[in-house]
Design a protein around this ligand. Structure first.
Ligand code: IPE
Ligand code: IPE
Ligand code: MG
Length: 252
């Protein structure tokens, strides 16, 4: 049997949950004189590579912001093109998810998406629901404020029905009404394309997330970029309130 190594274990840790605001598809296309939808098409390829890159790097949950509640305001042909791309993506990926044991799920008001997309989403979620090692979450028609409104409504209904007690003011209780109730909070939120805003993404869940902003446009984002984000995350000290000194074990 191998001797235990005398070198201390590497302190680096991989964030269990990474959430990505995939931004810059339009600018990627524009800079090449291509229609915006070409940028989205390339963006889908990056979704594929990143899904498996994250898993290879040891991530347990990957959440990708694919379509916000505000994105309906885009030109009709772009919205239609995005829905068509989503259909193609889901049709193609189902087999891969099953083969590679990826649990697929969504957050967001999916009931407002086209019926054909909803059907594919249901099928994909159903076919992969038993997998436990790795989860891919697509945020579709997602908005954090909408999510809070939905959660508050569900919570109020539960109080009215006597299933919840208004005296219980714990976050853990209210959290159960968010769409991410069964997921850990994101440890690391990445946004591509140089924008440094959150755009209505996981406002509650990212309360203590670390943020990483990169100028790389989403279609150009690679496994090396993801690894660089994780390396940067490992240089941070997550304190959650206490002082740095309190977190360090006393040295004598
Ligand atoms: C992100 O890329 C994809 C979606 C929001 C659907 P954008 O389409 O926002 O790209 P830019 O920001 O215009 O470059
Ligand atoms: C955020 O990107 C939404 C998604 C990545 C799906 P946007 O490109 O829509 O964000 P804003 O409008 O620039 O803030
Ligand atoms: Mg954008």
């Amino acid at each position: 049997m191998a001797e235990p190594s005398s070198t201390p274990a590497c302190p680096s840790s991989v964030p269990a949950h990474i959430a990505i605001i995939m931004d810059g598809n339009g600018r990627w296309a524009k800079s090449r004189g291509l229609p915006r939808i070409e940028g989205h098409r390339r963006g889908v390829e990056t979704v594929r590579t990143t899904t498996f890159a994250a898993r290879d790097l040891g991530v347990k949950v990957l959440t990708l912001y694919a379509f916000s509640v505000e994105n309906w305001k885009r030109p009709q042909d772009e919205v239609g093109g995005l829905m068509t791309l989503l259909e193609f993506y889901l049709k193609k990926e189902l087999k891969t998810f099953v083969e590679d044991r990826v649990r697929f799920r969504t957050i967001g008001r999916t009931s407002e998406l086209p019926a054909s997309v909803q059907k594919l989403l249901r099928e994909t979620v159903e076919a992969t629901k038993h997998f436990t090692e790795y989860t891919l979450v697509l945020a579709l028609n997602y908005g954090a404020r909408t999510e809070v409104v939905d959660a508050a409504r569900a919570y109020a209904t539960a109080v009215a029905a006597g299933r919840e007690n208004l005296n219980d003011d714990s976050w853990a209780t209210f959290n159960r009404y968010l769409s991410t109730a069964d997921l850990p909070d994101p440890d690391l939120v990445i946004r591509t394309s140089g924008e440094t805003r959150i755009s209505n993404f996981l406002l509650m869940q990212a309360a203590y997330a670390e943020f990483f902003f990169t100028p790389t446009l989403w279609p150009d984002f690679t496994k090396a970029d993801l690894a660089a984000a994780i390396a940067d995350y490992n240089r941070r000290e997550r304190r959650f309130g206490p002082t740095s000194e309190q977190l360090k074990p006393a040295t004598r």
